[in-house]
Design a protein around this ligand. Structure first.
Ligand SMILES: [Mg+2]
Length: 347
């Protein structure tokens, strides 16, 4: 392979750290977050996933699904320390590392040429030995396929996708496995008789762009194994956000607010793992008639906590005074800076 990209993802990170620190929790359904009346699951162990529990699920629902699960508070400081150890370890192998979150990264290991497999195995073994955590690793000649490979046999996965495996390996996959194709799009595709990548591969480029919008061109290339994105170690974070296309259009503020709460957790993690703060919060909605609206507020002091991000988001949503049903809701923060005090000193 000309370029060798490794994608690494710690398995059930927060829950695994809890099981590591408390041996009594090993082998048990452990849920981090989701405590309190309106809490949301941050991460859950694989034992809990067997009950259909997943991250961003409301805590009360998780309790219904598995009453014997152990619920724990989020210990961000501890996870961050472990994360720093992992990234320090990764740094011994390459400095071409792009952190995607607290427990996920792309590494460009092209420099190792034909030794890349043993290097990747060593990384996996050392994280297990030194930190006691299992990771899933995917390796390929671009980011898209490396990420797909690490998802392949989670947890504790190790999968390589080489050029000669394409396109056969990707053709039978359900379309939902392709980066950028969400669950709502999947059902629309299914209605058109498109279930697998194989079916999508028959669409000409113009058709893809018509259906997916500007993303269509990317997806057209991705399913053909074409992805020129580089691993970017110092990738500047201009904004951090999440959005979801709803399974069913709604104007239920309560339900929409619940999504904002889930997003605010993820955004907060993404900020805190890099010691970043944000000052601007934005809510984005798309109506069932495809009109897009955004509303932002820039605060006088930078924030990084989920409850602060959530509070602003919920307020903005309320101020938008929805009159139509919503098909998409998103929350993001921008105006991001590294130093809390640096931002504060502006006042
Ligand atoms: Mg993970």
């Amino acid at each position: 392979m000309e370029k060798i990209i490794l994608h690494l993802d710690v398995d059930a990170f927060f829950a695994s750290v809890e099981q590591l620190d408390n041996p009594e929790l090993r082998g048990k359904p452990v849920i981090v977050g989701g405590i309190g009346e309106r809490g949301v699951v941050a991460t859950c162990s694989y034992e809990a996933r067997k009950y259909g529990i997943h991250s961003a699920m409301p805590g009360f629902l998780a309790r219904q699904k598995c009453s014997q699960a152990v619920f724990l508070p989020v210990r961000m400081k501890r996870y961050k320390d472990v994360s720093n150890d992992i990234f320090r370890l990764l740094n011994r192998y390459t400095d071409k590392i792009e952190a995607l979150s607290i427990d996920e990264a792309f590494l460009d290991i092209s420099g190792y040429e034909d030794k890349y497999l043993s290097v990747a195995r060593t990384i996996k073994e050392n994280i297990k030995k030194q930190m006691g955590l299992t990771v899933s690793i995917g390796i390929s000649y671009n980011k898209f396929l490396a990420k797909m490979a690490s998802d392949w046999e989670k947890p504790d996965g190790f999968k390589v996708i080489t050029e000669d495996m394409m396109p056969d390996i990707i053709l039978p996959l359900p379309v939902g496995q392709v980066y950028g194709i969400g669950s709502k799009t999947v059902s629309k595709l299914n209605e058109l008789g498109v279930y697998r990548v194989e079916d999508l591969m028959r669409w000409p480029l113009e058709y893809m762009v018509n259906f997916f919008g500007k993303q269509g061109e990317d997806i057209y290339h991705l399913i053909r194994g074409i992805d020129a994105r580089e691993v970017e170690p110092e990738k500047e974070m201009k904004s951090i956000g999440r959005e979801i296309t709803l399974d069913k259009d709604t104007d239920d503020i309560q339900e929409l607010t619940e999504y904002l709460k889930g997003f605010s957790y993820h955004i907060s993690y993404a900020l805190r793992v890099k010691d970043l703060y944000a000052k601007t919060v934005t809510v984005k909605i798309k109506t069932d008639r495809f009109a897009q609206h955004t509303k932002s507020r820039t605060l006088s002091r930078p924030i990084d906590k989920s409850k602060d991000i959530y509070k602003e988001g919920a307020l903005l949503l309320k101020e938008m005074q929805l009159k139509e049903k919503i098909r998409l809701i998103g929350l993001s923060v921008s105006n991001i800076s590294e130093d809390y005090y640096e931002q504060m000193s502006l006042f």
